[in-house]
Write a protein that binds this ligand. Structure first.
Ligand code: SF4
Length: 455
């Protein structure tokens, strides 16, 4: 049954569910006026491509688009730091009247002349106004590729052309463009990790697990990726997909075009991390890519790591049991892992929402939570506020946009998004997560709530 209250826009009612669930309305454009927390199409594309460490990113549009997505992730690099820069054609009124293609060509020429090291890969993002005035961005990119012998890839992503999910898809298409000339490679034993952005070095933690098990990681897409490593991705035996929301489409295309099958994984929480490591080993064995030693080692490794982390869980559980959590994250897969992780700690999830969750992910979410838990797609701050107060949430897990909301409501907060500086993935991340949840929920600051009114 859909939830309807006086504070919810009528058009939003089917995107919120509770009690006798009949599924949730999702994977659609945001309701106008609902103050969606999603970013635009261009932003979706940029967040996926930005962590490619040695790529140059030119934003063809007004300067504001470039500033909006400049250095937005805590994604780390083991090599080049070029991706930390942002370039813009800074379109002004005269460019809008007479066209911006000449300025774009000049921007590429200037980069080729001055940039050090010389670019091997440039992404050109065409933003809203370029979609309106119709600059031939494809032609400019083709001409630049011919002139300089490097890859110049257009990402035509006007904000009005769809949702953030479309931006993810455009980024995946751009990555495929990088790989296509290298598709005819001999296959070798190893995996690509898709949809991990190396926030606070999480990719390195996961990569080490697989390398310790004897499974080489060929390419990471796109956390700590480089042009060179992306060109090697077509040689992998298997793709593993961490953030399905941004990268399942790429995995499907790579399966179809390059013959690389994929499995979905999640490295958040004991249950999902252990299951994912075993799933990858089993998939390699089932594909005939390795002997049964790797699946056996994966099971031993997962069991040993679980045994190490369990005392930490047991230590903090009594301090957290009975608390209530609200979750609002980007994709459905992360929300599923977080619900399981809270279950491991004895914390009930009372509100759970995502920006771009899919139907099948919401079905899993609804199967994991109690009937009275509120499930929301593409929520706005007013809805989150209402349901967190109604359900008595003790902590909100979200991104930077949700932090002030939680603090204003006097609710604890855990940042599980781009900007954080400490890893929450893998077994090391489980420990960090529990400690952060404990510190935030049990902070002495909450005892002063409301006291100022009495002073
Ligand atoms: S102008 Fe368009 S592309 Fe640029 S940030 Fe705004 S919505 Fe996104």
């Amino acid at each position: 049954m859909a939830v309807t209250t006086t504070n919810i826009l009528e058009e939003r009612a089917t995107s919120i569910s509770s009690k006798q669930r009949k599924g949730i309305s999702c994977e659609k454009e945001s309701v106008s006026g609902a103050v969606s927390q999603r970013a635009c199409v261009y932003c979706g594309a940029r967040v996926v491509l930005n962590p490619i460490t040695d790529a140059y990113h030119i934003v063809h549009g007004p300067i504001g688009c470039a500033s909006y997505t400049w250095d937005i992730r805590g994604s780390l690099s083991s090599g080049s730091e070029l991706y930390r820069n942002s370039y813009s054609t800074d379109l002004r009124e005269t460019d809008i009247v007479f066209g911006g293609a000449v300025k774009l060509t000049a921007a590429i020429d200037e980069l080729m002349e001055k940039a050090n090291p010389a670019p091997k890969l440039i992404f050109i993002y065409a933003t809203c106004i370029v979609g309106v005035i119709g600059d031939d961005v494809d032609a400019v990119c083709r001409a630049a590729e011919a002139k300089y012998g490097i890859r110049v890839i257009p990402v035509k992503a006007p904000g009005f052309s769809g949702t953030k999910s479309l931006g993810y898809q455009m980024a995946c298409n751009a990555i495929l463009e990088v790989m296509r000339p290298h598709r005819e490679q001999k296959k070798r034993f190893g995996i690509n990790i898709l949809g991990d952005y190396n926030l606070a070095g999480e990719m390195w933690i996961i990569k080490r697990y697989f390398e310790d098990l004897g499974i080489p990681v060929i390419s990471t897409i796109t956390g700590d990726a480089s042009y060179e490593s992306l060109t090697q991705a077509p040689s992998a035996t298997l793709n593993i997909v961490q953030c399905a929301g941004s990268s399942a489409y790429l995995a499907e295309c790579m399966d179809e075009e390059l013959g690389i099958p994929y499995v979905k994984v999640s490295f958040f929480g004991v249950e999902d991390t252990s299951a994912s490591i075993i799933r990858v080993a089993d998939a390699l064995y089932a594909a005939g890519a390795c002997d049964d030693g790797i699946p056996a080692r994966a099971r031993e490794f997962a069991a040993a790591q679980t045994a190490k982390v369990m005392p930490v869980i047991e230590k903090y559980k009594p301090r957290l049991a009975g608390k209530k959590a609200a979750i609002f994250v980007g994709g459905g897969f992360k929300a599923i892992s977080l619900i399981r992780q809270f279950n491991e700690l004895g914390i009930k999830t009372v509100v759970v929402g995502t920006q771009t969750g899919k139907k099948d992910e919401y079905a899993v979410i609804e199967s994991l939570v109690d009937g009275d838990t509120i499930v929301l797609d593409d929520a706005n701050p007013a809805e989150l506020e209402q349901f967190m107060l109604e359900k008595g949430a003790d902590i909100l897990v979200g991104g930077v946009k949700e932090r002030p909301l939680a603090y204003k409501l006097g609710v604890a907060f855990c940042d599980h998004n781009h900007e954080r500086r400490h890893p929450l993935a893998g077994f090391a991340g489980i420990e960090n997560f529990i400690k952060e949840i404990n510190m935030s929920i049990n902070s002495p600051v909450w005892q002063y709530l409301g006291k100022e009114a009495a002073v």
